[in-house]
Design a protein around this ligand. Structure first.
Ligand SMILES: Cc1cc2nc3c(=O)[nH]c(=O)nc-3n(C[C@H](O)[C@H](O)[C@H](O)COP(=O)(O)OP(=O)(O)OC[C@H]3O[C@@H](n4cnc5c(N)ncnc54)[C@H](O)[C@@H]3O)c2cc1C
Ligand SMILES: NC(=O)c1ccc[n+]([C@@H]2O[C@H](COP(=O)([O-])OP(=O)(O)OC[C@H]3O[C@@H](n4cnc5c(N)ncnc54)[C@H](O)[C@@H]3O)[C@@H](O)[C@H]2O)c1
Length: 477
């Protein structure tokens, strides 16, 4: 980590102060000042670029991609199956996290006119932030302070004192455990099970509920379960951990095995492992931020009940914890701050924007907008269409065996798509067409005139639109 220049003075006044330099904080600072003479500081306590760059999205996807390529090579006639190189996979990860060196991000920030200050920041008054209690730097914001402190893993009580792995250890894996227990059935659990099994661990997934990826369409979790079984992952449902003990727990370092054998008692039986990974969700990081010094609590942040000069973005705000979503909201917040500070026009903000997500499992799960079940809960007049992912010539060309399904959720009253799910090889690349259709509120009779090329997977759109009731082929009377 380079030591970026600390300001010479102990008092600093700028227009905007951002606490936390993850991808979201960086975007907020950039949009708050771009094209103006406004000044911004980001205070970062660890690495500029945050979780996504070093411990979450980038390293996980760097590890998953070789598995995807190898899996495809083993399932396309005319190609010899590729051999995985475990050491090479870890080197690829190290390269994508720049060996945990954030110099290039600091360079980017400085080139965008944003000053980077190192240290832990706390609010000490209205529009005033102190960096590290002992140090003397106090920063005053003329206009706004933005909280972009991210989130931290939830550690259930049963795991206290065990030195269990968190997702950072899984993405930063150095020593691959021979037997790995993963607790959780959500996104981190499913993605981490995929790359750690790919690296040679014997993975047991302990899921407290009856399914995987329960926030998605049910066929998503089922397809991912099949994929896991193919790769030798043992998935145990209805397995709530009641106690966890470990011999000689020790903080040995990121991605190293943190002590002796782990004994887990669960409602589905007892398990022994060499390491246990907690994938039990994350919580906004709002402690030790000085909220009380300005008469606020974490609930004020989560309820967006903040003074005009204080904003929260990204995981810290309690909004959907995804990088692209946090960055989108940060662009909006930044642009609004810029408009208020310069007297410029208010930015256009769409009334509604759907949240997309791609889960990089085998097969991939790509979803935008509500599932059928959520749409029904929202009172939408739901019409759905669903087809197998292999129902186009383009998808059949991808692999010998193409798993998965595609589904759209249409609002019968507006006849616009409100949600879509694609589960299958390279499904992530199918998603943005759906996001555009939903955001643009294109009625399905018009969408039928968006012609997908032959032979591509996008022809799933033809199949899906053909599945809808015939009267939807015309404008509504
Ligand atoms: C394993 C894993 C994989 C993921 N994969 C994806 C994915 O593929 N796609 C996706 O969209 N999302 C993914 N996510 C979610 C994504 O990582 C987060 O939504 C995103 O990182 C949030 O960005 P942020 O800037 O809000 O917070 P963070 O990235 O957490 O950044 C917050 C920053 O604030 C700093 N900080 C905190 N408190 C202070 C303080 N008081 N003073 C100074 N600095 C402070 C921290 O050091 C940190 O750098 C993944 C998450 C995990 C755990
Ligand atoms: N590709 C991506 O977009 C991506 C990848 C990884 C993470 N993320 C995001 O990061 C966030 C965190 O992911 P996550 O998987 O940790 O959270 P999650 O909320 O998706 O899943 C948490 C899982 O842990 C289980 N759980 C919670 N408490 C438990 C307990 N005490 N005992 C046993 N099981 C328990 C839940 O039932 C659920 O299955 C999510 O919002 C996710 O969307 C996104």
């Amino acid at each position: 980590m380079p030591h970026t220049q600390q300001p010479q003075t102990q008092e600093l006044t700028v227009d905007v102060v951002v606490i936390g330099g993850g991808a979201v904080g960086e975007n907020a600072a950039q949009y708050a000042i771009e094209g103006t003479d406004l000044t911004a500081v980001i205070v970062e306590g660890h690495l500029l670029g945050g979780e996504c760059s070093y411990y979450a999205c980038m390293p996980s996807k760097a590890l998953l991609r070789p598995l995807d390529v190898a899996g495809t090579s083993a399932d396309v006639d005319g190609v010899s199956p590729a051999r995985l190189d475990h050491g090479g996979m870890l080197e690829r990860r190290d390269s994508f996290v720049s060996n945990y060196d954030d110099s290039s991000q600091v360079e980017w920030a400085e080139s965008a006119g944003i000053q980077v200050v190192r240290g832990h920041a706390r609010l000490v008054g209205e529009r005033t932030v102190r960096v590290d209690d002992a140090a003397a730097l106090t920063i005053t914001a003329r206009h706004s302070v933005i909280i972009a402190t991210g989130s931290e893993p939830k550690v259930p009580g049963e795991f206290e004192g065990v030195e269990a792995w968190t997702s950072a250890d899984a993405t930063g894996v150095v020593e691959v455990p021979e037997r790995l227990a993963i607790v959780g059935g959500g996104v981190v659990a499913c993605e981490a099970a995929t790359w750690l099994a790919g690296l040679g661990a014997q993975v047991t997934l302990l899921v407290r509920g009856p399914d995987l990826l329960s926030d998605n369409e049910p066929f998503a979790g089922q397809s991912v379960l099949e994929g896991m079984k193919t790769h030798g992952v043992d998935v145990v449902f209805n397995a709530s951990v009641t106690s966890c003990r470990r011999e000689n727990p020790e903080a040995t370092g990121l991605g190293k095995i943190h002590g002796g054998t782990v004994q887990l008692q669960t409602t589905a039986g007892d398990f022994e492992a060499d390491e246990v990974l907690l994938a039990t969700g994350r919580a906004p990081r709002l402690g030790d931020l000085g909220l009380d010094a300005v008469g606020l609590t974490p609930d004020h942040v989560l309820d967006d009940d903040l003074p005009n000069s204080l904003h929260a973005v990204g995981d810290a705000s309690g909004d959907v914890p995804l990088t692209h979503w946090g960055k989108y909201r940060a662009r909006v917040v930044g642009a609004k701050i810029r408009a208020a500070a310069t007297g410029g026009p208010e930015p256009f903000v769409a009334e509604y924007a759907p949240v997309p997500q791609v889960i990089f499992t085998e097969p991939q799960v790509a979803q935008v907008g509500p599932t059928e079940a959520t749409a029904r809960e929202q009172g939408i007049e739901v019409v759905t269409a669903e087809v197998p992912y292999n129902s186009t010539a383009g998808s059949a060309l991808l692999r010998n065996d193409v798993p998965g399904r595609a589904k759209i959720v249409v609002d019968g009253s507006t006849r616009c798509v409100v949600g879509a799910t694609f589960v299958g090889p390279e499904a992530g690349e199918q998603l943005h067409a759906a996001t555009i259709a939903i955001t643009g509120q294109v009625p399905v009779h018009v969408l039928r005139h968006a012609v997908p090329s032959y032979p591509t997977v996008s022809e799933l759109w033809l199949r899906l639109l053909e599945e809808l009731p015939g009267e939807m082929r015309r404008p509504r009377d």
